[in-house]
Design a protein around this ligand. Structure first.
Ligand code: ADP
Ligand code: MG
Length: 701
């Protein structure tokens, strides 16, 4: 097969050449014709609308105006030499100014004639003017030529502009490109999909995304290309899942045995919520099929995911398997270890912990017990997935707060046993539906959508720094009632000096306000060793301290039910999901809990929305949606490896409808034709052949 024309290096395109091609590659990542074709306009200028001069002001983008040149003169010398023309319509007049090509423009424009100008209005000396407008003699008939009514605007760079590849220049080469290749662009979607969803052909869509004849065609072109992007992400995910379920056998947990029952009947300190029961059922069903489970367990902070995970681990043990639980931080691993040990450690099962700070000696003993099967549950950090850690028969892996773990690491776990262990991924960061479908589209999802009974919604208030005395007063009252308090400082980068200064100043102020021996304070931040951190935590857990001053290391997972106040300093600097996570550290006991968001007086618009959202709602899913709208998917943790960032047109915050349609279409197609063997799905199987040179088992894990 000859190389497809879209793979042609961009330097061969008319109007490009090697020099410009080099910059296109470096600045825009455009190497081939195909890349250039996918360098879509980021907006369009409506050239059907004319502005009146009275309507012009400095905030407008480039606009079109129709008017008459009533005078012109060349002013200044050398550097300041310029052509200034008065341009007038029935509503007023403005100045048009040219600093370049002065002579030539002076020759082309005539006083008294009507022109159509196009440019960005600016304000100079209090008057509106347009510098270097495009100017064209007005030809009444030409306006409706229907040609370039929507002018594409392409992103460009300084370097490209120096080589005449500004938006206009790019438009020119795009036009050459389209002329040359559009008829050779292949269709990617099967005919029945196009027909079923009223999508235009790929050729037509690519033409219209660059040179739309009207807004309607532009919208249709966008919809078609967005559908394309989302469809193939879903196809990859769901096909991977399908292949995996065919390829991997899974451990069968057929019996509910002694460990599970003893825990459930004798140790469980509360009754499970309906949601917890439902989720346990879903997981149990999954683990009886003989197929490897990959399940995402979503549940808002405090919804009780840990106990669900523990019960599933006990089930694994009842069936002769081992289990492990992986957490993103040492503190969190420590916490899980302690709470699991407290619940089942006294003789029911053998539990151990493995982290980066586990000594060599204990490691060795650990490895031995893992390999001879006498250790049932191993809790730990990333250290768990090191190759040296081998199990006798690992049946279940629980990953807490998954968004910090990549797909790669998940895959590494599958290889830890001859039968790949079941994987249960837990996340407390509620993820908007669209993002979940894309990030975790290959996982089955269970949701705990209910908090344990008796929880009072956390009251959240926003205070400014100058209300600090009131805050201290409130803290004293709560401590007098026997409650404990978190104060969190942003330390986004541990190296940031200013953050450290804030933290230190904060600690000093708190120590002055709450002096020992009346009060005791725990301090946890990233500069401490793991050991120091956990001993500070420990003091707080044991109620030896009333206040815990910390940086965001406590963000995930920390569970101290008696702590009922969360104070977040410089709250305007945290993202929404982080704020929600932090707030979730309180409200875990029966007492009324509070969250106080402290901020300065000057807030950006986004920060205002974030703080208002926090004050208004406790609903993690609502918060996640707003977070996605504010930040875009690229900034949400875990998106890096998902393909979400490769999206050129689709926007997960806005295109939920298209995503759902695309996913449904893929699901139906794979149900009917799992191997994509039917003639009607030929384009889809070709897609995989193109991508990977055939479907290979190795490539999918
Ligand atoms: P998360 O889902 O955020 O990980 P945890 O598993 O840490 O939440 O649970 C939060 C708190 O709620 C813990 O103290 C836990 O013991 C408690 N809890 C969990 N399930 C229930 C329940 N059904 N009833 C009462 N308390 C529960
Ligand atoms: Mg948790």
């Amino acid at each position: 097969m000859t190389e497809h024309i879209l793979k042609t290096p961009v330097e061969y395109l008319k109007g490009v050449g090697t020099q410009r091609a080099d910059i296109l590659k470096k600045d825009l990542g455009v190497f081939t014709y195909g890349d250039l074709l996918e360098h879509y306009p980021f907006r369009y200028i409506d050239r059907t609308r004319f502005y009146k001069i009275r309507e012009l002001h400095g905030e407008l983008p480039a606009v079109q105006v129709l008017g008459r040149i009533v005078s012109k003169e060349i002013l200044g010398e050398k550097q300041t030499k310029r052509l200034v023309a008065q341009f007038k319509d029935e509503t007023g007049s403005i100045e048009l100014v040219w600093f370049q090509s002065v002579k030539w423009i002076d020759k082309t424009i005539q006083v008294g004639s009507v022109y159509m100008i196009f440019g960005k209005p600016g304000v100079f000396n209090g008057r509106v003017s347009v510098t270097h407008p495009e100017i064209e003699q007005y030809q009444p008939k030409a306006i409706n030529r229907g040609n370039l009514t929507l002018q594409p605007v392409y992103s460009s760079t300084e370097k490209l502009k120096q080589f005449n590849l500004d938006s206009r220049g790019l438009q020119k080469i795009q036009a050459h490109l389209i002329d040359q290749v559009i008829r050779q662009v292949d269709e990617t979607l099967p005919a029945y999909v196009l027909a079923g969803h009223k999508l235009m052909s790929r050729q037509r869509a690519l033409f219209n995304i660059h040179f739309p004849d009207n807004t309607e065609l532009l919208r249709s072109a966008e919809r078609r290309l967005k559908f394309d992007e989302l469809f193939f992400i879903q196809l990859k995910l769901l096909r991977t899942k399908l292949l995996r379920t065919h390829k991997f056998r899974g451990a069968v947990f057929s019996i509910v045995g002694d460990k599970f029952n003893t825990f459930y009947n004798e140790r469980l300190p509360f009754s499970l919520t309906e949601a917890q029961k439902r989720v346990i059922k879903e997981i149990r069903q999954d683990t009886q099929k003989g197929i490897q489970m990959n399940r995402l367990l979503q549940g808002d902070v405090g919804s009780g995911k840990t106990v669900v995970a523990l019960m599933m681990m006990l089930l694994a043990i009842d069936n002769g398997f081992q289990a492990c639980m992986m957490a993103p931080t040492e503190i969190l691993a420590q916490q899980h270890y302690l709470s699991i040990k407290a619940l089942v450690g006294d003789g029911l099962v053998e539990v151990e912990i493995l982290t980066g700070s586990t000594s060599k000696k204990s490691r060795k003993a650990l490895h031995e017990r893992l390999e001879n099967g006498s250790l049932h549950i191993l809790v730990g950090t990333h250290a768990l997935i090191e190759d040296a850690v081998q199990f006798q028969n690992l049946g279940l892996v629980v990953i807490d707060e998954q968004h910090r773990f990549g797909v790669e690491q998940r895959a590494k776990l599958w290889r830890k046993n001859s039968i790949p262990p079941h994987v249960l991924v837990m996340t407390a960061t509620p993820i908007p539906r669209t993002l979940a479908m894309t990030l975790y589209g290959d996982l089955d999802v269970s949701v705990i959508d209910e908090l344990p009974a008796g929880r009072k919604p956390i009251k959240t208030v926003h205070m400014y720094h100058n209300q600090r005395l009131r805050m201290f007063g409130f803290m004293r009252e709560e401590i007098a009632k026997g409650r404990q308090i978190y104060i969190v400082y942003p330390l986004i980068k541990e190296s940031e000096k200013l953050d450290l200064l804030y933290l230190e100043a904060g600690i000093e102020a708190i120590s002055n306000e709450f002096p020992s021996p009346l009060y005791n304070i725990s301090i946890v931040h990233g500069k401490l060793t793991a050991k120091e951190k956990s001993s500070e935590m420990e003091r707080f857990v044991r109620r030896q301290t009333q206040i815990m001053v910390a940086t965001t290391v406590i963000e995930v997972g920390v569970n101290v039910p008696n702590a009922s106040v969360m104070i977040i300093e410089n709250a305007e600097r945290f993202g929404l999901s982080q704020l929600h996570q932090l707030r979730g550290r309180v409200g875990r006991g029966a007492e009324q809990s509070f969250c106080i968001l402290m901020s300065g007086n000057k807030l950006s618009q986004d920060a205002t929305v974030r703080l208002e959202t926090m004050v208004r709602t406790n609903d993690g899913f609502e918060i996640a949606e707003i977070d996605l709208q504010l930040r875009g998917p690229g900034n949400i943790e875990g998106t890096q490896q998902s393909g979400v960032l490769d999206l050129k047109l689709a926007d997960l915050a806005l295109d939920q409808q298209i995503l759902t349609e695309a996913r449904q279409t893929v699901i139906k197609a794979l149900e009917k034709d799992p191997e994509l063997k039917n003639e009607e799905n030929k384009l889809l199987s070709q897609y995989f052949e193109r991508k990977s040179g055939g479907i290979s088992w190795d490539k999918i894990s």
